[in-house]
Design a protein around this ligand. Structure first.
Ligand code: ADP
Ligand code: MG
Length: 213
C-alpha cells in the first residue's frame, strides 16, 4: 500500500462488514454471557447500514465524506451502546483526514488514534473497565508507536491489531464498571468483553484488507 484512496476506504468498510457478519454469532454469544446477547447483531446492523449508505454515495466523495457517511448511518441504525461510540469514532476519523484526498500511513495512524479518543470522549470509559476501550486504546498507542518507529502501513495496523488482541484477552480478568456488564459484578470475571472482541475483528479485517492493496 502507498496511500488509501476514498475507494480503498469504501472497500475497507466492506471488508469490516464481511468480517463482522462472519463473526456475528460469536460476538452475540460473548454478549450473552455478560450482556444482552445482541452485540453481533448490533454490529452487523451497523455495518450493513454503513455499506448501504456508502453504496449510494457519490463515487467522487473524499475520505472525510466517506467517514461522515459511515458515522451517520451507524449511529442511526444502532440503538445499542455501540451506536454512539462508533458513530463518534468515525466522525473523528473523518475530521482527522479533513482536506486529504488520500490516507497515507501517518493519516491512518491518526485515524485510529482519533477513533479511540472519540469513543473515550463519548463513553467516558477508562482502561481496565472491561469495555471496547481496552482494545481500542492500546491499539491507538501501538499504532502511534509503530508510526514513530517508521513502520509501514501494514506493520502499523499489525501492531494495532496485536495490542487490541492482547487488550481484549485481558478483559477476561476485569470487572465491568461501565455498560450492561457492570450489573454482573464478579460474574463477569473470566469472560471476554464482546465490544473488545469486535474491535479485534475490525482491526483484523482492516489489516488484511490493507495488506491486499
Ligand atoms: P448494549 O450494551 O447496549 O447491548 P452492545 O451489545 O452493542 O450494546 O455493545 C456492548 C459493548 O459496548 C460492551 O461489550 C462494551 O465493550 C461496550 N461499552 C458499553 N458501554 C461503554 C462505554 N461507556 N464506553 C466504551 N464501551 C462501552
Ligand atoms: Mg448488547
Amino acid at each position: 500500500m502507498t496511500e488509501l484512496t476514498a475507494a480503498n476506504l469504501r472497500s475497507l468498510f466492506q471488508a469490516i462488514g464481511d468480517a463482522i457478519e462472519a463473526d456475528k454469532g460469536r460476538l452475540s454469544e460473548l454478549d450473552g454471557v455478560i450482556g444482552d446477547a445482541d452485540h453481533g447483531v448490533t454490529m452487523s446492523i451497523g455495518f450493513t447500514a454503513v455499506n448501504e449508505a456508502l453504496g449510494k454515495l457519490d463515487p467522487g466523495a473524499d475520505p472525510t465524506t466517506v467517514f461522515n457517511t459511515a458515522a451517520k448511518s451507524f449511529l442511526n441504525a444502532v440503538g445499542a451502546s455501540s451506536g454512539p461510540l462508533y458513530g463518534t469514532a468515525f466522525m473523528r476519523a473523518g475530521a482527522a483526514v479533513k482536506g486529504k484526498a488520500t490516507i497515507d500511513r501517518d493519516a491512518l495512524a491518526d485515524c485510529i488514534a482519533a477513533m479511540a479518543k472519540g469513543m473515550q470522549d463519548r463513553g467516558k470509559a477508562e482502561r481496565g473497565e472491561k469495555t471496547m476501550m481496552d482494545a481500542w486504546l492500546p491499539a491507538a498507542d501501538a499504532i502511534q508507536a509503530a508510526k514513530a518507529r517508521g513502520d509501514g502501513a501494514v506493520a502499523c495496523l499489525g501492531a494495532a491489531l496485536a495490542a487490541a488482541a492482547e487488550g481484549a484477552e485481558a478483559t477476561k480478568a476485569m470487572l465491568a464498571t461501565k455498560g450492561r456488564a457492570s450489573r454482573l459484578g464478579e460474574r463477569a470475571l473470566g469472560h471476554i468483553d464482546p465490544g473488545a472482541a469486535s474491535a479485534v475483528t475490525i482491526l483484523k479485517a482492516m489489516t488484511e484488507a490493507v495488506r491486499k492493496l
